[in-house]
Design a protein around this ligand. Sequence first.
Ligand code: SF4
Length: 394
Amino acid sequence: MPVVLSRRASFLALLPQVFIEHQRRVPGLESSTNSARQSDPAHVRTRPSAAEATRSRASLATSARTAPAGSSARQPRPPEASRRGAGTGSAAAALTVRRAAAGHLARLARAGVRGAAPEHWYAITALSDPGPAFAGDEQITISPSQVEAFTTCGLRWLLASAVGAQEGGPNEYSTMGKVVHAVAEMAGADDGISEVDVAERLDEIWNDLDFRSTWYSEKQREQATRMVDKFLAWHRDNPNEVVALEESFKVDLGRVVIKGRIDRAERDEQGRAVIIDIKTSTTAVPKDDLARHPQLGVYQYAVMLGAFERHGLIEPGGAKLVQVGKAAFTARAREQEQPPPGEDADPDWPKKLVEIVATGMAGEVFQARANDKCRTCPVRSCCPVHDEGGQVGD
Ligand code: SF4
């Protein structure tokens, strides 16, 4: 049964209602990063005993609610034969163990121990709100990065971005990203920038950072210097005119608003807009996924909608990821380019993508999709696709 997640519900109350439609893919995203894996049943973990586990948990909850006061503390230890039987599936032994567990839970609940009372258990919490995530007339604001996040995994988007279980505090990767972006902005604004200027700027930034130890700070500084050098070499060889740096944009489409911030907008020799996104990550986007990379696609759609008209940029001429981290693979920056939508078999694909994602975000069901980033997912412990999160779905 599909279950509804509401923006008004509390985070924990939402968890048991997560419904996984493992194989249903968002139409129109055939080239998205994990599309091939999503269509492969081997990549989706299922729980054949989920219904059974739910019945079992409900039964235990009933026992815990009805267990007599103090019963657990005085529960006799199950006979040896019964304990052995519990391991071999003996119904009588299992019942004994169940009663003992229920007694203990009842005692803990009466003592006010958090999580002991069945009313607090994720899997039997009542549905908090059956409505959609957005009210009918509420505006849906989406950003290019959110479009990418949602297409990768709807559940992660909901819990990590929309509900607020954020990705954690600043880490070394986001710090490194900010450092490189700060230098990139300075270099883009001043063609005459020297290596001394860059080193001074890096020193300035580094003085404000806390890496907790000198050796680690030095190690990170070396890495930042390598990334900055790659970027500067790329910047010097880049033939396009830099038009905008670190600029925010907003496009109002009525129910949907696209808001974002670009690292850099350039004008190519044909006067078209080329949007640049600088990446410091360790993994590159697979070549086959670039043509319909969601984030780049939304940038290009924003150009078409006039987001950079003030700079005379109204026609998209492509968008690029500039990889300066390990994903560059070499000592030089690596460009990963998406052609203009007009060169795609379906020039309207970015528009359709935004419509599909906005509809999905405003919906009632959010799919968990196993993907390459599950390993570092901040809400994995709440995700029924994985063993760690099974508690909220069984
Ligand atoms: S662990 Fe994977 S499938 Fe689960 S929410 Fe996170 S990204 Fe989605």
